[in-house]
Design a protein around this ligand. Sequence first.
Ligand SMILES: [Fe+2]
Length: 419
Amino acid sequence: MAARGRLRKVAQDVLKKISIDELTIGMYVEKVDRSWLEIPYFRKQIQSPDQIETLRKFDVQVLYIDTARGTSQDKAPDSAGPVEGSAKPVEAGTAPGEVAKPHAQESVFDAEKVQVCRAFQKQAVNCVKEAFAALASGEPPNMEEAEGVVEGLIDHMTRDTAILTTLAKLKAYDDYTFMHSVNVTIFSLIIGKALQYTRSDLTKLGIGAMFHDIGKTQIPNDILNQPRPLEPHEMVQVQKHPLHSLALLRDVTGMSVESLRVSLEHHERLSGQGYPRGLKGTNISEFGMIASIADVYDAMTTDRVYQKKAEPHAALARIYAMAKENFNVGFVERFIARLGFYPIGSVVILTSGEVGVVTATHLDHLLCPVVMVLLDRTGQQLGSPDFVDLLYDREKRRVQSVTGAAKYGLSVQDLLQIA
Ligand SMILES: [Fe+2]
């Protein structure tokens, strides 16, 4: 028997087909009944009920377990605990079996870095404000300054993604449009960086994202801020804003075609159900598709007159659920992998009953953040916060659910000391 055939025979001998209901801790999952690309992260050896839950969430029904490497129904698990070294978690885009490169832990608890990012965020918002005012009055925006801001965001992104994303989601400025423009720039750059774009492409992407909604200056404010559902004729007006953006930006010296496509295509959807042109599939540029994900995420996680904001994890879950029809699934997966399943600032309830706020993430262990525990299991506030790294404490406690800060009288802004 040829070597390849022997290997296949061995594989068949140890692979056992089971249903998701039969999956238990300790089993080693070799294959599932859907593409790995549809599952944003996965650890091959099942080490916790969360992993089984994750597979259920992504609608996995049938699995093939490797009985030589993990437990099967025929033999009891040696241990329900983690089996480090035998199976490492993988990031989105990493094939099962490949070991994800270790990432440094990110934390927002570096007051100096937070201050620098805060100042930079203000500068970015002011830059957008000035550029919008210039364009609305027929003047060209200061492209040099805008490019400087985008370059600065790219630099910060390399070191301080967690800080930037946390600051982006704090209600810091009353004017939604300017803050939204900066946030969409940040989130677009996160995806662009995950796709390993060159610095030049990142700058074009960032410039496009920064000005994507400039066309809204041509829509009356009472329509934009309408709390009731829009009338059909109002909707037609709103849906023209990408065309207005293009018209305002196309003659600006230094504006690239790629940046223009961000402004024109950020409401297009894979299915062709988007606007203004109803483009389908690959007719939408990568830049436009990236900005559409960033735009929807920021819109979902922001309070507006017509909607209550969603918690980051809920918004990511909704975007993932709608990804197949609307977005590039791979881009969405990279975005989720980069932000983390429990983004910094999420208020979480642990399996122990304690309540705390996520203060840091392990980029290759998305389900195990660092949590600042504030309330004990009876709901009493602790004298001083207890920092728990769930990566090293998962035997005792894990994240059970995510909750709202207000429900517990907590202000994430105060807690993270970034007011
Ligand atoms: Fe828009």
